[in-house]
Design a protein around this ligand. Structure first.
Ligand SMILES: [Mn+2]
Length: 335
């Protein structure tokens, strides 16, 4: 009891373990989750932050690539970070990934902002890897999956940088004209199937259309340039930054930069061969940013080989899950 309590209070010890790729105990995770909720319950749905700040897109459990991001982009608290969501599912290290981000959030609350993605959901994590990873690594009787999915309900929905850059995981919604419509959402719940909260996490830009149309993902909308222009003008914003879609080059620019996708999972699912990026916003001048593009970490590839060679039974379920990931990737490739 005393040892665990000491460990909980010792955030530096937690960071040391996590940076080394070691899992924390369930009891420690429970305490960390409680502390993180205490911090995030006071946040509005839209968080206001300032440059310089580095934006990170989807991670999807690719923990060694997250470590690579800190290596190339700077460590917290020396660099400020805004993460756009989808921390879990798909990759093999969702627990390590979300554990590290949560400890950093508790230790440096003003240096790291965590937005909710469509995968920070009970329903989606049940099907795309995180649930399986939790019971594989902590046992079927563990509460680790519930501890994290309950915490996901507290993540914020969006952020605004320097009063002019609007940041979300997915995209816009026919139910959101001005940002007041976001402020009034009760976000402390599972992501609904439809409505404004779901659309923020599920929608995608589409250069082929002008307005809204239903998304082939089965949730959210595709939105065109008229929607973007109207939203930016009404709210006095310059640009929209979002994640949620795989980009071969690590990022994608729509409509001369009015909408931009940041994708931060290189060689997605250890098989897509894509590049990744983080977006470094150095100052509030409109041209003071750069997409810092990177490839998969050599450690990430090494880890994959270790998993493939490992006959240990505890990995069997993860490997089964991996086959499922491969099959599912064709069905909903961009999720
Ligand atoms: Mn997504």
């Amino acid at each position: 009891m005393t040892i665990d309590t000491a460990e909980v209070l010792d955030l530096d010890r937690c960071l040391e373990k996590l940076y080394a790729g070691t899992l924390l105990s369930e009891r420690v995770l429970e305490s960390l989750s409680f502390k993180a909720k205490e911090i995030m319950i006071g946040y509005k749905n839209i968080v206001e932050v300032s440059s310089p700040i580095t934006i990170v897109g989807d991670i999807h459990g690719q923990f060694y690539d997250l470590l690579e991001i800190f290596k190339i982009g700077g460590y917290i608290p020396d660099t400020n970070y805004l993460f756009l969501g989808d921390y879990v599912d798909r990759g093999y290290h969702s627990i390590e990934t979300i554990s590290l981000l949560i400890v950093l959030k508790i230790k440096y609350p003003n240096r790291i902002t965590l937005i909710r993605g469509n995968h920070e959901s009970r329903q989606i994590t049940t099907n795309y890897g995180f649930y399986t990873e939790c019971i594989t690594k902590y046992g079927v009787d563990s509460k680790v999956w519930s501890i994290f999915t309950d915490l996901f309900d507290f993540l914020v929905l969006s952020a605004i940088i320097d009063n002019k850059l609007f940041c979300i995981h997915g995209g816009l919604s026919p139910n959101i004209q001005d940002i007041q419509s976001i402020s009034v959402i009760d976000r402390f719940k599972e992501i609904p199937h439809d409505g404004a909260m779901a659309d923020l996490m599920w929608s995608d830009p589409d250069v082929e259309i002008l307005n809204f149309r239903n998304s082939s993902r089965g949730a959210g909308y595709q939105f065109g340039i008229n929607v973007v222009n109207k939203f930016l003008k009404l709210n006095g914003f310059e640009k929209i930054y979002r994640a949620h879609q795989l980009c071969n080059d690590g990022y994608q620019i729509f409509w001369k930069g009015k909408v931009n996708t940041v994708w931060s999972a290189p060689n997605y699912c250890y098989r897509c061969g894509n590049k990744a990026s983080i977006l470094e916003i150095m100052g509030s001048e409109s041209d003071n940013f750069r997409f810092n593009v990177f490839d998969a970490s050599p450690d990430s590839e090494k880890e994959l080989i270790e998993i493939e060679d490992n006959n240990n039974e505890e990995w069997n379920e993860l490997n089964n899950n991996r086959s499922m990931i491969k099959k599912a990737a064709y069905v909903e490739y961009f999720m």
